[in-house]
Write a protein that binds this ligand. Sequence first.
Ligand SMILES: *Cc1c(COP(=O)(O)O)cnc(C)c1O
Length: 491
Amino acid sequence: MPYAHDRERSLDPADWGDFRALGHRMVDDMAAWLEGLDERPVWQPMPPEVRQRLRAPVPIRADGPERAYQAFRQDVLDYPLGNAHPRFWGWVIGSGTPVGMLGQLLAGAVNTNVGGAECAAVHVEAQVLAWLKELMGFPTDAGGLLVSGASVANLTAIAVARHDRAPRVRRTGVHSLERPLTLYASTETHSSVQRALEALGLGAEALRSTPVRKDGTADVEAMRRMILADRAAGQEPFAVVGNAGTVNTGAIDDLSALADLCAAEGLWFHVDGAFGALAALSPRLRPRLRGMDRADSLAFDLHKWLSAPYGTGCVLVRDAATHREAFALTPAYLARSHGRGLSSSEVWLSDFGLELSRPFRALPVWLSLKAYGVEEFARVIEQNVAQARELGGMVEAEDTLELLAPVSLNVVCFRWSGGNDGSALDAINREILVRLQERGVAVLSSTVLEGRFALRAALVGHRTRREDLELVVREVQAEGAAIAGNRMAAA
Ligand SMILES: *Cc1c(COP(=O)(O)O)cnc(C)c1O
């Protein structure tokens, strides 16, 4: 085995030629895999023997890179979540790009720890953040950070909001608060906001869920009334979270009205734009996000509608000083200010969040934005919005299908409703969902809207085509009819 050296050990290959050959083959294989996605099932269950092999004992002795790669091909590659596939529309999951994949390869090669010490990677992230601020309508001197996703972006922003309102909490903890801090967000808000409040010690009850209107957007007047009532009752309202694209239906809150409310009541205005904020890349869709540029902070994902590799989200905070004050802590072993050398960085990214060691998540994004250009990403986003409208139209055109929420962006909620037996529709649609998944035809997810089980398609992938929409509409109808027929026969 050429990978073991005789004397001093290194994990580098003994023969770089072998390494190159393996690497080239991996790139060839993955290109073929991506090229042929269409012909494979979106998803398939893992056979028991594959699961068994993934419970192997810890490998004490070397198997070598070649056999490790074969194990990947045999046990991992054929059983993906499926989100790279053109007919994966479950939850809100981006599909990634070939250039993003190569970006991860390059980032892996240099393997920089992007905590802040002076090196090109720090400037690449600063560059990506500067681009994102511009695209989102934030000032150039705003604070910002790439994080693992919108959940952590929401947590980071809400921690800054709490710090802005009650800076002493960093030292004395939440029990030193005289009055409980409360945050306002509609009932359609993503669960990561509640989890952030829990993790910050403010508690789930600090989330004051406010009603939505028929279109799924926050009822701003109801929110105002709740804020005033809570304040009168001794609570301390400190923040509002607006939604730019709710996870259930893609509804966009009236962000201008929420910004006005926050200005009038002295509250921090955070926007969760996990996927919807990216609509700002399109000049045609941007007006829908009016008011987002007035937010104190904004959370959004790059791994969803910017098709970046998984583990890439962003938080922007209008006031960089407050952002930094909420997190910065510099022990002696992290001393800076030498003015020269590696400790000379002006901005330490690790001051803006909880991660000290940080991956080079900026590189695939930087590479992709250069390679594809913002225009191309905007076209994909517009395409998904058009496809959602198209799918909504196909659903409405069929007697056996029913649209369950207005299509406001890229999310379509519908159900098969062809039978007479209304009470069975939830069960039938649940079965349709699972059958389409198990057959590898399409992955949709589900939600419950006004007590009704809904099939939910969120279009964020760049590989989806019109034929895919047509196919899924046909398959939902066929499965619905078959399941309903079986139930009748059994009854
Ligand atoms: C996906 C999503 C989140 C959570 O983002 P992660 O990247 O999964 O952490 C938060 N809010 C909304 C609206 C989302 O769609």
